[in-house]
Write a protein that binds this ligand. Structure first.
Ligand SMILES: [Zn+2]
Length: 169
C-alpha cells in the first residue's frame, strides 16, 4: 500500500479495527518515509463474476474450470502451463464487470490460444463450439490456414490447389 502523499511503499499499521459492522477492516497507517498518516479499508469481494449460460442459468465463474479446459486443449503441445494459469486466474479481473456470457468466455479463451498454438486453439474451439459436423470443423481449419498465409505475407499457392475431388482411387 503506497503512501498517498509521497508514494513510499512502506507503511506501518498503527491500529486496525472492524467497521461497517464487520464487513470491512479499517487500518490506520503511518508512512515510514514521511510519517504522515492515512487510512485504508480492507473488504471482501462479495460478488464474484457471474457466468450466464446458454439457457440463462447463472453460475459463479470458476477459474479452475477454465484452466482445465485450456490444459486439455494444450495437452502435449508446446504451450507454457504458466501462461494458461495466468490467463485463467487473472480472467476475472480482466473482465472487469459483474457478468459474462459463457460464449464470451469461449471467445476470449480462443483469442488467447490462437497466437500460442494452432492445435490447442482448434481443440478448444471444437469443444467450445461443439462442432456439429466434420465440414464445420474443416472450415475452421481452412480459416486458420488462410489467415496464416496472410500473416506470412507470402504467396504459398504453388500448385497446391485442391479444389477438385481428390479422393478418386
Ligand atoms: Zn509518505
Amino acid at each position: 500500500m503506497h503512501c498517498p502523499y509521497c508514494s513510499a511503499p512502506d507503511s506501518r499499521v498503527i491500529n486496525s479495527r472492524p467497521s461497517d459492522e464487520g464487513a470491512s477492516i479499517r487500518r490506520r497507517r503511518e508512512c515510514q518515509s514521511c510519517s504522515r498518516r492515512f487510512t485504508t479499508y480492507e473488504r471482501t469481494q462479495l460478488e464474484p463474476l457471474m457466468v450466464v449460460k446458454r439457457g440463462g442459468v447463472r453460475q459463479a465463474f470458476n477459474p479452475d474450470k477454465l484452466l482445465r479446459g485450456l490444459l486439455l486443449a494444450a495437452e502435449k503441445r508446446p504451450v507454457e502451463e504458466g501462461a494458461l494459469r495466468a490467463f485463467a486466474y487473472s480472467f476475472e479481473d480482466e473482465v472487469g464487470r459483474p457478468e459474462i456470457s459463457s460464449e464470451d468466455i469461449g471467445r476470449r479463451a480462443m483469442a488467447f490460444l490462437r497466437p500460442l498454438d494452432d492445435v490447442a486453439y482448434i481443440r478448444f474451439a471444437s469443444v467450445y463450439r461443439d462442432f456439429d459436423s466434420v465440414e464445420h470443423f474443416l472450415e475452421e481449419i481452412q480459416g486458420l490456414r488462410r489467415s496464416d498465409g496472410e500473416a506470412a505475407g507470402q504467396d504459398t499457392a504453388s500448385g497446391e490447389k485442391s479444389s477438385g475431388g481428390s479422393g478418386a482411387s
